[in-house]
Design a protein around this ligand. Structure first.
Ligand code: GLV
Ligand code: GLV
Length: 324
């Protein structure tokens, strides 16, 4: 039996699976993100063997120094930029994530944001609610079509590929993609063109959708210079991690109409927003909910429970995060 600390309440199913696996599970009682000091105090309180963390928890060896028996950190997210994976690996601590189960949900969400931005749906809703609708007009709130336009996918992993497939098959978009390597899986699934450089992709795309993990190399991948390479009619959508886009530079670009509009589900310093972002009409802002369907948040909980149970049974861990 292992003793597991869960940093915040997640859907019950995974907690139940861990308990059924014979483990004692302690869930933080705070309805919010634990501060570093609170997390350390919790971890020091009992001899925990494992931790279930969220993407809002920073996990490194400083924090785990108070909990020397912890052997696994199971992150309730596919992204794991909140965890110092290398540092933990050096101490023999295993890290797992929740890939796969959220792919379709996040891909659906990215497509939804792309449609909402191109069709100006939230803006039209604000307009109508404000009582501004005085009758049908030929040039009221005109948006863009997606058919035959070029979708630029940045990051051809599972989610990026899912977005490409949906928009190519369902909406007749042409697909170009950029990644550090070609993706045979994407090329087999969708007619698409590989761009050797991000700059080339940005110059051609009508919609740019970002699906890369946050790494030192991807921080501010989309900066002022890159925004200036995009078409003035282009849309930028980010459902990956906020710091991939230089948010202050994006505010500038949206204000000056360097690009037409953007849809953001993630922010550089979330939950804070860059100065000026909220005042812009040509951006849609949502609070990091791309994987937030009832079904998927439950499946992520199951996967966390599975990862913990398998680890303590000494089994192979398919969702172990490998050190780069
Ligand atoms: C959500 O952002 C995740 O990484 O699962
Ligand atoms: C994440 O699951 C990805 O591979 O895109």
């Amino acid at each position: 039996m292992a003793l597991i600390f869960v940093t915040r309440k997640i859907p019950e199913v995974g907690l139940r699976w861990m308990r059924e696996g014979g483990h004692e599970v302690v869930v933080s009682e705070k309805d919010g993100v634990l501060t570093t000091d609170e997390l350390k105090a919790e971890l020091a309180a009992r001899p925990y063997d494992g931790v279930v963390s969220l993407l809002t928890d920073t996990i490194n060896m400083d924090i785990l120094s108070v909990a020397p028996s912890v052997k696994i950190v199971a992150n309730y997210a596919v992204g794991f930029n909140n965890i110092a994976v290398q540092e933990l690996a050096e101490q023999g601590i295993v890290v797992t994530n929740t890939p796969g189960v959220l792919t379709d949900t996040v891909a659906e969400y990215a497509v939804s944001l792309i449609l909402a931005v191109a069709k100006r749906i939230p803006e039209a809703d604000r307009y109508t609610r404000a009582g501004k609708y005085q009758g049908w007009a030929p040039e009221l709130l005109l948006g863009s079509d997606l058919k035959n336009k070029t979708l630029g996918i940045v990051g051809a992993g599972r989610i990026g590929s899912g977005v490409a497939k949906r928009l190519a098959d369902g909406f007749g978009m042409r697909v170009r993609y950029y990644d550090i390597a070609r993706s045979e899986a994407l090329e087999a699934a969708v007619a698409c063109e590989y761009c050797e450089s991000l700059d080339e992709l940005l110059a051609h795309a009508d919609v740019v959708s970002i699906h890369v993990p946050l790494l030192p190399q991807t921080k501010h991948l989309i900066n002022a210079e890159r925004l200036a390479m995009m078409k003035p009619t282009a849309y930028l959508v980010n459902t990956s991690r906020g710091p991939v886009v230089d948010e202050a530079a994006l505010v500038e670009a949206l204000t000056n109409r360097t690009i037409r509009a953007a849809g953001l589900d993630v922010f550089e310093d979330e939950p804070a927003l860059a100065a000026g972002l909220c005042e812009l009409e040509n951006v849609i802002l949502t609070p990091h909910i791309a994987s937030g369907s009832e079904e998927t948040r439950g499946r992520m909980s199951e996967l966390v429970g599975y990862n913990i149970n398998e680890f303590f049974l000494g089994h192979e861990l398919p969702n172990k995060v490998e050190v780069a």
